[in-house]
Ligand binder design. Sequence first.
Ligand code: MRU
Length: 374
Amino acid sequence: MQAVAEKQRTLWFDYEDGSLKVIDQTLLPFQFKVLALNTLADAVDAIVTMKVRGAPLIGITAAFGVYLSLRSDMHSLNTACEQLVKTRPTAVNLRWALERMRCALEPVSEQQRPLHALLLAQHLLDEDVAACSAIGNYGLLLLQDIFQRKQARHGIDTVLNVLTHCNAGWLATGAWGTALAPVYKAQLAGLPVHVWVDETRPRNQGASLTAWELGRSQVPHTLVVDNAGGHLMQHGLVDVCLVGSDRTTSAGDVCNKIGTYLKALAAYDNQIPFYAALPVSTVDFASVDGVREIPIEERAAAEVTHLQGLDQTGVLRQVQVSAPGTAVSNFGFDVTPSRLVSGIITELGVFPATVAGLLRLRELSPVASSGAGH
Ligand code: MRU
């Protein structure tokens, strides 16, 4: 059986019309619309407006953005990279992908660069799909182990309850996802799995994206408000937390969507394993202390003061939920210190969230960023 998470590509290059095709994630779950990106400006806009989002997907889009730029101006390698790297500050995959493009393309003659850029961007996409599939396989082993121990306590009829935050599914990557890859692999392996989906205010990536993609794959799931996790954990309703990451440090601090840290604290207090699933492209080997060193994106106040949804006539609208003029703070991400992280699930295996664990990962990885240019 081929899973939707594997079959459904989030982004693909259309070799017939020469455009990069992406799904407009700002319209989900109500409308499935594929956009054609043809220029550097299109790629920049898609990332800035979050039509594409999720750390690995941003990096891949940027890589194709370099190609879109070079095919209309073969001298534009540096300016394209400079524009693209500024689109979003926290997810390190963006910088990682652009550094890989720049390092590979600089030695190539300018005439040859467009073709090489397209091939490398396609390679980064394929590499991400393979990485996410491998994350799913390693994560599945963990889930099977947790499930077997639960079965030993509760009997044969039990279900494995996973809690996730934001969207780290196939919509956030080339395919499969990171945190959701083990869930999809578990479903394929016949393991009875149920997912608690945090709504993930302010942009509701859990409600609008994670619940939608789990639904398409018929993975049992339940949407909860962001503040429900602690209560669920106290009542034995969560067996494991699985989240993605936008940047993980060489000491194992995990930066992810705002609210992740509070879930980790609640998991720690309730002795529930808390894993982050991420490809090596998400590790910033040049940073150590995530709280001090990772730049946290601050986003528009309107994301907090307003909500988007369908009205009774089926029209997509924004409604205001706070008094006009209310002061707003809108940090997009937070950092979960390594001591709260049970392990890091990667395409090369599961590693302790420690300096030694991340060093081992770096030694094993052919694509780990060197830290150059950081
Ligand atoms: O602001 P977003 O929607 O780009 O944030 C996405 C997340 O926080 C994801 O959890 C993270 O990028 C991991 S995606 C595999």
